[in-house]
Design a protein around this ligand. Structure first.
Ligand SMILES: [Zn+2]
Length: 472
């Protein structure tokens, strides 16, 4: 499954010798790093829903348009046509909350390092004069716009009631449902639509304005709505992505709308929500870190010096803490607990380190971020490159239906990595007794260690693009 090009990638990136000085690890050859960025970016194209993927671009992952039937608004007689967007992960669900994490990562990456993103990803829009990452994100934004109700609220997800067998996307023909509005989805939606506005303004002003209007409508809905957490109704087993606390989503939206418009009411809302306590994470549930990043690194100078000072101080304090952990780890990483999706937590920390370096340049932060990426690409106790198709050590059997249906791992996908808590039967059966950091299984059965997700690839793309620039 490995192409010649991707084998070159790994040999450049990877320090397979665990004793190698981690500070020496980096993106040594820009063009080769670029090919990994392209492969990881193309995963989003290959996850597109509702459109046909042609064989000339998608190879064995080509398929006719999938999930095009109208979907029933849950427990109503209303049907909606909501096509488009990316399949979330190893399944074919489309979930607003994690989708917004993915979009936020990609827009932050483009904003920070536009030169890392070409118009040559070999997607349908390649060569149109717009960076392909923005074309790809627009595909998701247009789906998100369809998920908004007229009153501004945003439906939480569109999925079937249960996960299908390991079939190709067009073969999932069970009834689809649109699930109720949640305030987490609405807040995240408002935020990423506001983030999109300045980035698309010079590309397509009409589209950019549509994003901003949708963002404002979502924000107005939030202002008048109590928290509406989402819970899977009885009989529905697809991803829940539930979140009991929506204050961080409201904060993220306020920060992004202030950046997009300069209107002081959004900044005062952001300041109030910051004081009332929000997380500084980059998770799908805890999005306070995105609010901080948008406010601090957006194009508009924030007029609240105290808030900016606090964000900066928090970022530096967190980065120092992560560096200490990284420097005391044999593999240079900052996590000591391997949760489901541990590779995402690790890369979220690398993103924090790189943002801290932007706020206050410090080679120590960059070195730690490099070590995190090196871990992902093979400098780990298992010697596995956690990106499919990257080299001979890459996962070959990801928990990913298109790959299982095609009989080959779709390239460019980050798998979840070790999960010390053995959340699936295969892991329980085969990994009990292994050290926490080795509780990973390259098996299609191991959804808790070997699944993939758009919002894991997105943060990988952030880290790859930033380090590529810093090391060039
Ligand atoms: Zn689909």
């Amino acid at each position: 499954m490995e192409s010649m090009k991707s084998q070159q990638v790994s040999s450049i990136y990877l320090p397979m010798n665990k004793n190698k000085n981690l500070s020496q690890i980096g993106m040594l050859k820009n063009p080769i790093a670029q090919s990994l960025i392209q492969s990881v970016g193309r995963m989003f194209y290959l996850q597109r829903c509702g459109v046909s993927l042609n064989a000339n671009l998608a190879g064995e992952f080509s398929h006719p348009a999938c999930h095009t039937a109208p979907a029933r608004v849950f427990r109503t007689d209303t049907f909606l046509h909501i096509s488009g967007g990316w399949h979330d992960a190893g399944d074919y669900g489309r979930y607003v909350v994690p989708a917004c994490k993915a979009v936020a990562d990609l827009l932050l990456a483009f904003r920070a390092t536009p030169e890392a993103f070409g118009d040559d990803w070999n997607i349908p829009e390649s060569g149109n004069g717009v960076a392909d990452v923005l074309d790809e994100v627009r595909f998701e934004l247009e789906w998100l716009l369809r998920m908004q109700r007229d009153d501004g609220g945003v439906y939480h997800k569109i999925t079937c009631a249960y996960f299908p067998d390991m079939i190709a996307p067009q073969q999932e023909t069970a009834d689809q449902f649109v699930f109720p509005v949640s305030t987490a989805a609405t807040g995240d939606f408002s935020a990423v639509m506001a983030m999109a506005y300045p980035l698309y303004e010079s590309i397509d002003r009409t589209f950019a304005k549509r994003c901003l209007r949708a963002s404002v409508n979502a924000y107005e809905f939030l202002m008048h709505s109590k928290p509406l957490p989402f819970h899977n109704p009885s009989g529905v087993v697809t991803g829940e992505y539930g979140d009991e606390n929506d204050s961080d989503e409201r904060y993220f939206a306020a920060c992004a709308l202030y950046q997009a418009t300069g209107q002081p009411n959004y900044l005062s809302d952001a300041s109030m929500l910051y004081r009332s306590g929000r997380s500084a994470d980059f998770g799908w549930a805890d999005v306070g870190g995105y609010g901080n990043a948008v406010l601090y690194f957006g194009g508009r100078v924030c007029e609240d010096d105290i808030l900016v000072g606090r964000i900066r101080a928090d970022l530096i304090t967190t980065a120092e803490h992560l560096c200490e952990k990284s420097e005391n780890s044999p593999f240079g990483i900052s996590i000591d607990e391997f949760l489901w999706g541990s590779n995402m937590y690790l890369l979220n920390n690398a993103m924090t380190l790189l943002m801290a370096n932007d706020a206050q340049a410090n080679e120590r932060y960059v070195s730690a971020a490099r070590a995190h990426l090196a871990y992902i690409l093979g400098n780990n106790p298992l010697g596995v490159n956690f990106v499919t198709g990257a080299d001979e050590t890459s996962p070959k059997h990801p928990h990913h239906r298109p790959s299982a249906a095609a009989g080959r791992a779709m390239p460019g996908m980050l798998v979840g990595g070790p999960d010390q808590y053995l959340h699936d039967l295969a892991a329980k059966t085969l990994l009990a007794g292994k050290p926490d950091s080795e509780r990973y299984l390259d098996s299609v059965e191991s959804y808790s260690t070997n699944e993939v997700a758009i919002y894991w690839n997105s943060v990988l793309l952030y880290v790859l693009s930033r380090l590529n620039k810093l090391d060039s």
